[in-house]
Design a protein around this ligand. Structure first.
Ligand SMILES: NC(=O)c1ccc[n+]([C@@H]2O[C@H](COP(=O)([O-])OP(=O)(O)OC[C@H]3O[C@@H](n4cnc5c(N)ncnc54)[C@H](O)[C@@H]3O)[C@@H](O)[C@H]2O)c1
Ligand SMILES: [Zn+2]
Ligand SMILES: [Zn+2]
Length: 337
């Protein structure tokens, strides 16, 4: 079968792979959709930390089960599935505490181990969720939206509470959509006008704030003089992450969804006087996937609008370069098999 491997920085190559083994506890899945995200773009460009080559990319996956044994989940051959790409060990302290999303031995498909840019792959049955009621596109975007769902769940955001989401990329958009689902008032902040307009159209955020135009005063103006009680940063920008402390209300929470390679410094007096809660949010759990699946099934999220670009598998290599260019306004590119 055919696969695309990222052989080294900025180099994809077609290869011929052996058919996946059919091991106990695993299912063979025919891959039908591969969502492309920042992680893939960074891996291709060579600025993804701890990345080794060659690697088959692709972790936002949906497909159809081709072979499966008896299983407790009741999954069967022919079922449409979404893949949870976070392979956890099941034994470490995080796994034992149900926090499989931050397993000490985490292996993410398409990052630490080969992913889904191939016709078929074997996946642990525990990492498949039935998506027969969803389209293949919907099933493939559960993963990026689950990142947002996990961050929102961690924040314990309440209905009516005002949340600020900084960064209107595909990850921030997922946070916004899931925060709206939770009944919060959501304010989006970015420096990109087009993305801010998209937040209003797609995620139905209540307000948008330009990050360079006196944002603090504008936030207070939009919220009866108060700052938001929950701030999410999904920029992947260290300056924004450090500055985000200034936008959280006294007694509020700051959730880092985006991440950077370096250190982030903050003023302890500012942190303390606000008695802020600082939270990291990493990946997502099965619970988050199942929640997003329900929300998508209800029709509350416009998956068609989220997918901005598409390409058949055969054309992926040729199109990939264009998805790296900001002027193409990519939100989510989807590869079809
Ligand atoms: N928590 C997780 O498990 C997880 C999973 C996937 C990605 N991520 C991270 O989430 C972050 C966002 O990913 P993405 O794909 O949406 O990225 P993206 O680059 O597409 O979007 C980031 C957005 O932030 C905006 N931005 C950048 N600097 C800003 C600033 N100073 N002020 C305001 N806005 C600013 C940009 O204009 C852009 O719209 C990245 O750091 C990524 O690594 C985290
Ligand atoms: Zn991704
Ligand atoms: Zn573990």
């Amino acid at each position: 079968m055919k696969a695309i491997v990222c052989e080294q920085i900025e180099q994809f190559k077609w290869i011929e792979l052996e058919e996946p083994a059919f091991e106990p506890g695993e299912a063979v899945v025919r891959i039908k959709r591969i969502g492309i995200c920042g992680t893939d773009l960074h891996a291709f460009k060579g600025n993804q930390p701890y990345f080794t080559y060659p690697r088959i990319l692709g972790h936002e996956l949906s497909g159809i089960i081709e072979r499966i044994g008896d299983n407790e989940a009741g999954l069967r051959e022919g079922d449409r599935v979404s893949v949870i790409p976070y392979l956890h060990c099941g034994a470490c302290i995080a796994c034992r505490n149900g926090k499989t999303n931050c397993c000490t031995q985490m292996r993410v498909l398409g990052v630490h181990t080969d992913g889904g840019m191939r016709e078929r792959m074997s996946v642990p049955v525990t990492h498949l969720i039935s998506a027969n009621d969803l389209t293949l596109d919907q099933a493939a975007v559960i993963e990026p939206l689950s990142i947002g769902a996990h961050a929102v769940r961690r924040s314990e955001l309440k209905p009516g509470e005002t949340a600020l989401v900084i960064g209107a990329g595909p990850i921030g958009l997922g946070v916004m959509a899931m925060a709206k689902q939770r009944g919060a008032r959501v304010i989006a902040m970015d420096m990109n006008e087009e993305r801010l307009a998209f937040c209003q159209r797609w995620a139905k955020v209540d307000h948008t704030v330009h990050a360079l135009r006196d944002p603090k005063a504008r936030l207070e103006g939009l919220n009866a003089g108060d700052l938001p009680t929950v701030v999410f940063d999904a920029t992947g920008n260290a300056g924004s992450m450090a500055g985000a402390f200034d936008y959280a209300a006294h007694g509020g929470k700051l959730v880092y969804v985006g991440l950077v390679k370096g250190d982030i410094a903050f003023s302890d007096p500012d942190f303390h006087k606000r008695e802020l809660t600082l939270l990291a949010s990493r990946n997502a759990t099965k619970e988050d996937f199942l929640h997003v699946l329900d929300v998508v099934k209800s029709g509350a999220i416009d998956v068609g609008g989220y997918i901005s670009h598409r390409a058949p598998f055969d054309e992926m290599i040729a199109r990939f370069d264009s998805w790296l260019r900001p002027e193409t306004n990519v939100i989510k590119a989807m590869v079809e098999l």
